[in-house]
Ligand binder design. Structure first.
Ligand SMILES: Cc1ncc(COP(=O)(O)O)c(C=O)c1O
Length: 328
């Protein structure tokens, strides 16, 4: 039977990532704020995709693939980390990157993540956001196969039941740190988009018998849809490691109050959260994901809705700051 421990992975992550206390932000909010530094996972500047790619690359290798295809927005952190992993492990890499309407113009198309994608040697296919990325990926895979390649498609954000396994590993790491530091956390807060991080983390906490609520701050869609997406992936992740899908019941919480005008568009609260963390803690967030996640944490903590001890899961993304010079 498949158990979590016997699923193959390629070790990439600099783990365990630190679990730190943020004293000056804590002071400002009148709560104890902790941070799990998954912006320090290594691989092209780090971020949550390192953990997912450990399993996705192992699956690609098992299938004999020589080329990775993935999908994202122009400033996708997932694309940047996939391009780096491809370079490191000898795959070719094709990125289907969709335009993001309403994003800043000045540096968006050539700086930040896109600049790094090119540095890692990825082939970039820039497409209109009205097109279906998955369909384009399938078509590209057919074309590459006809040309003698062996492509492997990694879904948006690396979020399927394989990629999510990386966050089971994160939850296990977190469990050890929480016990060692004798923390009693009331909430874990993170940015949720393609859903794999929240789903995997919850699966891991379920395995560890930890029932701290995990609040996903939506960055890609409204709460009802996001919650359904995370729950579905959590169920599939649990089943794939031999556990019951019913364990997902009542575990997924999402909040779309910090989503603003849409994916990739930073609102005032996001800009303030990025500025506040930089100035109080010397900590880099990003305008697309962690800035929104932190804006949610700050606002809800001020309203006393997250208890006294709150952990922020930093999922990376600060490379994207350089594409948003217009707003900082
Ligand atoms: C920096 C950062 N944080 C959070 C997320 C959201 O994680 P997930 O897509 O697993 O929900 C992403 C996804 O691309 C990301 O790049």
């Amino acid at each position: 039977m498949k158990t979590f421990e016997n699923i193959t992975r390629i070790k990439i992550t600099h783990a365990p990532t630190p679990l730190e206390y943020l004293p000056r932000l804590s002071n400002a909010l009148g709560k104890k704020i902790y941070i799990k530094r998954d912006d320090c996972t290594g691989l092209a500047g780090g971020g949550n995709k390192t953990r997912k790619l450990e399993y996705l690359l192992a699956a690609a290798r098992n299938e004999g693939a020589d080329t990775l295809i993935t999908i994202g927005g122009i400033q996708s952190n997932h694309a940047r980390q996939t391009a780096a992993a491809a370079a490191k492990f000898g795959f070719s890499c094709h990125l289907i990157l969709a335009d993001v309407k309403g994003a800043p113009k000045k540096d968006y198309y050539h700086n930040g993540n896109v600049l790094l994608d090119k540095l890692f040697g990825a082939v970039i296919h820039q497409v209109d956001d009205s097109l279906n990325g998955e369909e384009l990926a399938e078509k590209l895979a057919v074309k590459l196969t006809l040309a003698g390649k062996k492509p492997y498609i990694i879904p948006v954000g690396g979020s399927n039941e394989i990629g999510s396994l990386g966050y089971i590993r994160c939850a296990k790491e977190l469990a050890v740190q929480i016990r060692a530091q004798k923390l009693s956390l009331d909430y874990i807060v993170l940015a949720t988009g393609s859903a794999g991080t929240q789903a995997g983390l919850l699966a891991g906490l379920i395995i560890e018998n930890i029932d701290i609520p995990v609040l996903g701050i939506c960055v890609s869609r409204e709460s009802v849809l996001q919650k359904a997406l995370v729950k579905d992936l959590l169920e599939r992740t649990l089943v794939q490691i031999g556990m019951s899908a019913s364990l997902a019941k009542d575990r997924v919480i999402t909040h779309d109050g910090y989503y603003g005008e849409g994916y990739g568009i930073a609102n005032q609260a996001t800009i303030e959260a990025v500025n506040q963390c930089a100035k109080l803690e010397g900590l880099l967030l990003d305008p697309v994901y962690t800035g929104k996640g932190m804006a949610g944490l700050i606002d809800l903590a001020k309203q006393d809705k997250l208890g006294s001890n709150i952990l922020f899961l930093h999922t990376g993304g600060s490379q994207g700051l350089f594409a948003y010079s217009d707003i900082f």
